[in-house]
Design a binder for this molecule. Structure first.
Ligand SMILES: Nc1nc2c(ncn2[C@@H]2O[C@H](COP(=O)(O)OP(=O)(O)O)[C@@H](O)[C@H]2O)c(=O)[nH]1
Ligand SMILES: [Mg+2]
Length: 394
């Protein structure tokens, strides 16, 4: 029937002008909406409750060839007369990767040699200044991986939200500005909700708090270190200012473990002037007095640095800062903090971790330095190379 005849009939029987469009609408509705599963997926159910056709129909598909019976990934190179290259094709690209750890290097020329650096941060609070500082680092982003561990507390929840927003912004931005990989872990072990500065540093809570921190650092380290990791930079979430070349500067020393000197900027209440002061007392060299103290301690007792109750007279790197000295000056250490510490990945790979138990009467980062030394590595600090901890007002 031609279009002209249809037009003629419509004019003759006007009721058709109503019936035909109505019929069309009903037909369209039937096609798209009236079935169990909408063709357009408009029934509003979530994708999670989606059912495959055979589940709806209670039927099964029988494969017509061995092709569908083969395991999803197979490492056996079985030849099939019909599909001779099929099994190999089933192994996704990059499913097997070979790494030669002998070729993995951590050298004084890290950026030029394209050495991967993993930046690890246990994070209780997200500070914008920490993130801004991270973004101003000039080490090539494609060689940088980030790892975070966040406690399961209310402050942790808030930190996670902010961190995720910040990560999204960078990783959805220009390709060349993205980090190679970012891992965010939620802590499995015990965590403390934000303590005030004073409470946090009270000697009574140190063993428990530092032991929990050690577990968090280990969880983070062992979940993120990869076969391509050459260096690990431990940087705390409250370190808000480092030179933009901190990674190049610190790797250039080519040391197994190397700590920057953590200071803090603050406003002097009397003069109102901006000043800075020593902050991290965990970077120290051993003293005979401390060794003697340790020799009289019970097995599970721990020495904490920076407490008058436990005067160790250890030389502290925090007090060795010389503003007129070279930034490159090195000093040998026996204990380190986690504020800004660079570690060759091989030191961790050899087994140096953060003891959550008294190890030579030391725990966490200080215990780690001891363990690295027991494994035969030297531990150093840079007394004139300053990084800054955020100012705290409580
Ligand atoms: N994952 C995790 N991180 C924490 C926890 N407590 C503190 N942190 C983070 O660990 C680092 C050091 O902790 P902080 O309390 O600042 O110790 P301080 O600098 O020695 O006083 C910072 O980056 C904190 O954000 C915790 O319970 N879990
Ligand atoms: Mg801190």
């Amino acid at each position: 029937m031609t279009l002209a005849i249809w037009a003629y009939r419509l004019r003759k029987t006007p009721v058709l002008a109503l019936v035909v469009p109505l019929g069309l609408v009903v037909m369209l509705f039937w096609v798209f909406f009236s079935q169990d599963e909408s063709v357009l997926g408009l029934e509003g159910s979530s994708i999670a409750s989606h059912k495959w056709a055979h589940e709806n129909e209670k039927t099964f598909y029988f494969p017509y060839s061995r092709k569908f019976k083969s395991a999803k990934y197979s490492y056996n190179k079985k030849a099939n007369w019909l599909f001779s290259d099929m099994v190999e094709d089933n192994i996704p690209a990059g499913h097997i990767t070979h790494f030669d750890l002998n070729k993995l290097q951590s050298t004084a020329n890290a950026a030029v040699n394209k050495e991967q650096v993993l930046i690890l941060t246990p994070m209780q609070t997200f500070h914008d200044q920490y993130w801004d500082n991270l973004l101003q680092l000039t080490y090539p982003r494609e060689l940088l991986e980030l790892g975070f561990i966040i406690p399961r507390t209310n402050t942790g929840d808030a930190a996670l939200r902010k961190l995720e927003a910040a990560v999204r912004k960078v990783q959805l931005g220009k390709k060349e500005q993205r980090f190679a990989k970012i891992t965010i872990l939620r802590q499995d072990s015990q965590s403390f909700d934000a303590l005030l500065e004073k409470e946090r540093h009270d000697l009574k809570v140190q063993k428990q708090r530092r032991s929990a921190m050690a577990l968090a650092r280990n969880e983070l380290l062992f979940s993120t270190i990869g076969p391509q990791t050459a260096w690990i930079l431990w940087i705390d979430a409250d370190i808000v200012e480092t030179p933009s070349t901190v990674i190049q500067d610190m790797t250039a020393h080519d040391k197994p473990v190397l700590s920057a000197n953590v200071y803090q900027r603050y406003k002097d209440e009397k003069s109102g002037e901006k000043q800075f002061r020593a902050y991290d007392f965990n970077n120290w060299a051993e003293s005979d007095i401390a060794l003697d103290m340790a020799s009289h301690m019970a097995d599970d007792e721990v020495i904490f640095e920076g407490y008058a109750e436990m005067a160790t007279y250890r030389p502290l790197m925090a007090y060795q800062y010389d503003p007129s000295g070279s930034q490159e000056t090195e000093t040998k250490l026996d204990g380190v903090g986690g504020g800004c510490t660079l570690v060759k990945a091989d030191v961790h790979r050899d087994g140096a971790m953060f003891p959550s138990f008294p190890f030579y009467h030391l725990i966490e980062t200080e215990g780690f330095a001891k363990m690295a030394k027991r494994l035969g590595y030297e531990v150093y600090g840079l007394p004139n190379y300053l990084v800054f901890h955020i100012e705290e007002f409580n």
